[in-house]
Ligand binder design. Structure first.
Ligand SMILES: Nc1ncnc2c1ncn2[C@@H]1O[C@H](COP(=O)(O)OP(=O)(O)OP(=O)(O)O)[C@@H](O)[C@H]1O
Length: 702
C-alpha cells in the first residue's frame, strides 16, 4: 500500500560519465553524527534541515503572535485583578464563612461596615495614585505615564499569563472548544485527560507544534511513558468529543519507523467533514494505459493524500450493505486492470445488471446473472483457472533462474506471449449469489453444494494463485460468516469495508477484533457514499505503517467506466491480446478434473469433506446432515438427547471448539413459543470452516 503525496517528475540532466567517489564518511565524523542525532541535549531543530526550517517558522510565528499574546495576557490579567479586587472589597471570604455558619444576618452590619471601609480605601488609593502620577507628569513629563502604564501592563500580563491550574484563567462558560487547542496546548492536554487517555497527573510532550497541514491542523505529541498510541486510535471518539469535533474530522495516527515510537501520536483535525464535497474524479480517466503491476489509484484519505492499491500478489474483498458504492469501488480497481492490455480478465457479476456490461468487450470469461446455469459457468471457469495455476507452477519450475528467480511470476514473465502467464484477474461482484447456491454436487466422490465447491475453488485461487499471477477480487453485500466461509476470508489479503450494518459484519470484512482497534465500518455515515475502511495487505512494505485507513474512493460513473473499457479493448486489439469471450470464443478447454479435485483436496478442504473433525463436532455435523444448512437453530436438549452425551461436558467441549450456546424462542408442540438454549447452525458451520482452514494451512506449511 502506498500513501504518497502527489509528486511531479523532476527533470534531470543526462548522466554523461560514471565517476567513483569515496563517499564513506570518516569514523569519527560518523560517530559524532550518530551522537548528535541521538542526543537528547541537542535541540531537535539542529538535527535536520526540516526541523530547522520548522523551528524558524515557529520562531517567526511566535514573534508575530507575541503582541497579540501580550495583549491577551494583559486583558486576562485585568480581569483577574478586577475579580480579586471585587472579592476583597465585598469581603468575600468573611461573607462566605458567615453564610456557611448561618450567621450572615448577625454579621451583616460588620460586613457592611468593612465593605464601606474598603471602598473608601479603594477611592483613596485611586485618588492618591492619580495625584502622584499627575504631579510626576507635570514635573518629569510624559515618560512617567509611559513607564507607569508599561509596568502596570507587565504586572497584569504576568498575572494573566496562561499557567496550568491558575485560578481565574478558565472562562466560566467555555465557548466552542474547536480549534482553541491550536493556540493553547493545555486545552489539548485537558482533552486527553477528559477522554481518559492520560491520567490526571500526566501530561503530553509536544513534538511538533500545531501547524496548518492541508485543510486542517496537525500536531504531533508524545504520550506519557507506558501510554500507547494504539489506545488513542482505539478511543478516537472520546478524544473527538473532548475536542468538540465530529469523529470523521479527527485523524489519529501512530508515528512509526524512524522518529516514531509506540507512544508518539500524530493528530490531524480537519476544518470540516473531509469526505463531503464534490466526488473525486479518478485519474485513470486521463491515462492512455496502465501497468497492472503498479498500484491502482483507489481514492484519497481525509488529508487528501492519494491512496493507491497494489493488486498483483494479493487479493481483495469488498463488503458493504447495498447502495454504498461497492460496485463502484470494485470497478475502480478493475479499471486499472482493464487498461493493461496484458491482463486477462474473468468477470462474473452475480447481480446481472448493466454495471459490468462494458467490461464484456475485454473479458476472457464473462458471466452475468444469478441462475443455476450462471453459477455452473462460474464453477467451470474457476476449475479451468485452478488447472491453469497448477500448469503455471509446473511451467515456472522449468524456467531458468534468470527468467524466474523464485517460483513467482515477474513483470517480464507476465508480458511474454510465449510463456502465456499473463496477470489474470477474477473479479466477482455479488459473490454471495454464487457462494450460496445450494445445488447438490458430487466432487471427487464427496457430496457438497455448488456454492461450497465455488468457495473451495476461490480459496485455492486466493491462496495459491497470487504467486502465479492470479488476482482474486470479490465484492459482496452480505459479508456474514455463512456467506464467505472463513477458509476463503482468511486468504484474502486486502480488505475494503464500506458502511455495514454492525461491528460484527465490519470485523468479517476487515478481520477479527478490528473494531476494538478503532476500525468499525458500521460507524461510517450513510451520506458518505464511496467512503470505507481499507485494510491493505500486510505484506506490502509501504502499507505496514498503518493497519487501516478511511478512504474516499474516486467516483467513476458509467460513462467514464465505458470510456475506460473501450480504451482497454482498443489496447488489447493493438497488442493482439484480445481473446476468449471478448472475441466470441466461449469454448471451454479440456481439463484434468481429477487433478483439480486433488489440488483442492490438499489445498482447500470443504467443510467436513476431507478434514477429520474433533468430537463432539463430528457427531453433531453427522447428525444434522443437510439440516446444518437448512436450519438456523438447534436446541441443545435435542443434540444431547440424540447423541446421548452428558450435557455439561458437551457444552464445555462445544465451547472449546468455538460454539457457544445462546437462548432463542422456538415453537413448542402446544402452539406457544418457549425460550431454550441451543446453537446457531451458522456458528457450527463457522467452527467447521475454521478447522478446515487450519488444516489447509498446515498442509500448505508442509
Ligand atoms: N466514490 C463515490 N463518490 C460518490 N458517490 C459514490 C461513490 N461511489 C458510489 N457512489 C454513489 O453510490 C451509489 C451506489 O453505488 P454502487 O452501485 O456501487 O452501490 P452498491 O453497493 O454496489 O449497491 P448494490 O449492492 O445495490 O449493487 C452510486 O449510484 C453512486 O452515485
Amino acid at each position: 500500500m502506498t500513501v504518497e503525496e502527489e509528486t511531479l517528475p523532476v527533470p534531470v540532466g543526462p548522466v554523461l560519465d560514471g565517476e567513483l567517489v569515496d563517499d564513506e564518511p570518516p569514523v569519527v565524523r560518523r560517530r559524532f553524527m550518530n551522537w548528535w542525532m541521538r542526543s537528547q541535549r541537542v535541540p531537535a531543530a539542529l538535527k535536520s534541515r526540516k526541523a530547522a526550517r520548522q523551528a524558524c517558522r515557529d520562531a517567526v510565528v511566535y514573534l508575530l503572535r507575541s503582541p497579540f499574546r501580550f495583549a491577551g495576557a494583559v486583558g486576562r490579567g485585568a480581569v483577574v485583578a478586577a475579580r480579586g479586587w471585587r472579592r476583597w472589597v465585598r469581603v468575600h471570604d468573611y461573607r462566605e464563612a458567615a453564610e456557611q455558619s448561618e450567621k450572615l444576618a448577625d454579621k451583616f452590619a460588620e460586613i457592611r461596615a468593612l465593605t464601606l471601609f474598603r471602598w473608601k480605601v479603594t477611592g483613596l488609593v485611586v485618588a492618591g495614585s492619580t495625584a502622584v502620577l499627575t504631579v510626576a507628569d507635570l514635573v518629569y513629563g510624559a515618560p512617567v505615564l509611559w513607564i507607569a502604564t508599561s509596568a502596570a501592563s507587565v504586572a497584569l500580563a504576568v498575572a494573566g499569563r496562561r499557567k496550568d491550574g491558575s485560578p481565574g484563567r478558565k472562562a466560566v462558560l467555555a465557548g466552542p472548544r474547536t480549534l482553541t487547542w491550536t493556540m493553547d496546548p493545555q486545552v489539548l492536554v485537558d482533552a486527553f485527560r477528559d477522554a481518559k487517555l492520560v491520567g490526571k497527573d500526566e501530561t503530553l510532550r509536544l513534538v511538533e507544534r500545531a501547524a496548518r497541514v492541508g485543510d486542517g491542523w496537525a500536531i504531533t505529541v508524545d504520550l506519557p511513558a507506558t501510554r500507547k498510541a494504539a489506545d488513542v486510535i482505539k478511543h478516537r471518539d472520546a478524544l473527538a468529543s473532548a475536542l468538540a469535533v465530529d469523529e470523521v474530522q479527527l485523524i489519529v495516527e501512530r508515528v512509526r519507523g524512524r522518529g516514531g515510537h509506540a507512544g508518539r501520536v500524530f493528530l490531524w483535525v480537519a476544518d470540516e467533514d473531509p469526505y463531503a464535497g464534490p466526488p473525486l474524479r479518478t485519474p485513470l480517466v486521463e491515462v492512455e494505459w496502465w501497468d497492472a503491476w503498479r498500484p491502482v489509484p483507489f481514492g484519497r484519505d481525509a488529508r487528501q493524500r492519494r491512496i493507491d492499491l497494489p493488486l498483483v500478489w494479493t487479493s481483495l474483498l469488498v463488503g458493504a450493505i447495498p447502495r454504498q458504492g461497492k460496485t463502484f469501488a470494485t470497478r475502480l480497481v478493475a479499471a486499472g486492470l482493464v487498461l493493461d492490455p496484458y491482463t486477462r480478465l474473468y468477470v462474473f457479476d452475480g447481480k446481472g445488471g448493466k454495471d459490468w456490461e462494458a467490461a464484456e468487450g475485454n473479458a476472457y470469461r464473462f458471466v452475468c446473472g444469478d441462475e443455476v446455469s450462471h453459477a455452473e459457468a462460474v464453477r467451470d471457469h474457476l476449475v479451468e483457472l485452478v488447472a491453469e495455476v497448477q500448469s503455471r507452477y509446473a511451467r515456472m519450475a522449468t524456467l531458468d533462474d534468470e527468467v524466474c528467480p523464485e517460483s513467482k511470476i515477474t513483470p517480464a514473465i507476465s508480458r511474454d506471449p510465449n510463456l502465456g502467464m499473463s496477470i489474470t484477474a477474477v473479479i466477482i461482484d455479488e459473490v454471495q449469489v454464487f457462494l450460496e447456491n445450494p445445488t447438490r454436487e458430487q466432487v471427487g466422490g464427496k457430496k457438497t453444494t455448488l456454492g461450497e465447491y465455488i468457495a473451495d475453488l476461490l480459496s485455492y485461487l486466493a491462496r495459491k494463485g497470487p504467486a502465479a499471477g492470479i488476482v482474486v477480487i470479490l465484492a459482496t453485500q452480505r459479508p456474514d460468516s455463512n456467506t464467505i466461509p472463513s477458509r476463503l476470508r482468511a486468504v484474502l489479503g486486502s480488505r475494503f469495508a464500506l458502511r455495514v450494518m454492525d461491528w460484527r459484519d465490519s470485523n468479517i470484512v476487515l478481520g477479527e477484533q478490528m473494531n476494538t482497534r478503532g476500525y468499525d465500518a458500521s460507524t461510517l455515515l450513510p451520506s458518505h457514499k464511496g467512503v470505507g475502511i481499507l485494510r491493505p495487505d500486510g505484506e506490502v512494505a509501504a502499507g505496514a505503517d498503518v493497519l487501516a485507513m478511511t478512504v474516499r474512493t474516486y467516483y467513476m460513473p458509467n460513462p467514464e467506466w465505458r470510456t475506460i473499457c473501450a480504451r482497454g479493448r482498443a489496447l488489447r486489439e493493438a497488442a493482439g491480446t484480445l481473446a476468449g469471450h471478448a472475441i466470441g470464443d466461449n469454448e471451454r478447454r479440456a481439463i484434468d478434473s481429477a487433478a483439480v479435485v486433488k489440488a483442492l483436496g490438499t489445498g482447500g478442504p470443504g467443510p467436513g469433506a476431507s478434514v477429520e473433525l474433533p468430537e463432539p463436532l463430528a457427531s453433531v455435523v453427522q447428525l444434522l446432515g443437510v439440516e446444518l444448512d437448512e436450519r438456523e437453530f438447534v436446541p441443545t436438549a435435542e443434540l444431547v438427547e440424540a447423541l446421548d452425551v452428558e450435557p455439561t461436558t458437551f457444552g464445555r467441549e462445544m465451547g472449546e471448539l468455538g460454539c457457544r450456546p445462546i437462548r432463542q424462542y422456538v415453537p413448542s408442540e402446544d402452539g406457544t413459543t418457549r425460550r431454550v438454549r441451543g446453537y446457531l447452525t451458522a456458528e457450527i458451520r463457522a467452527a467447521v470452516d475454521e478447522i478446515g482452514s487450519r488444516a489447509a494451512f498446515e498442509v500448505d506449511q508442509r
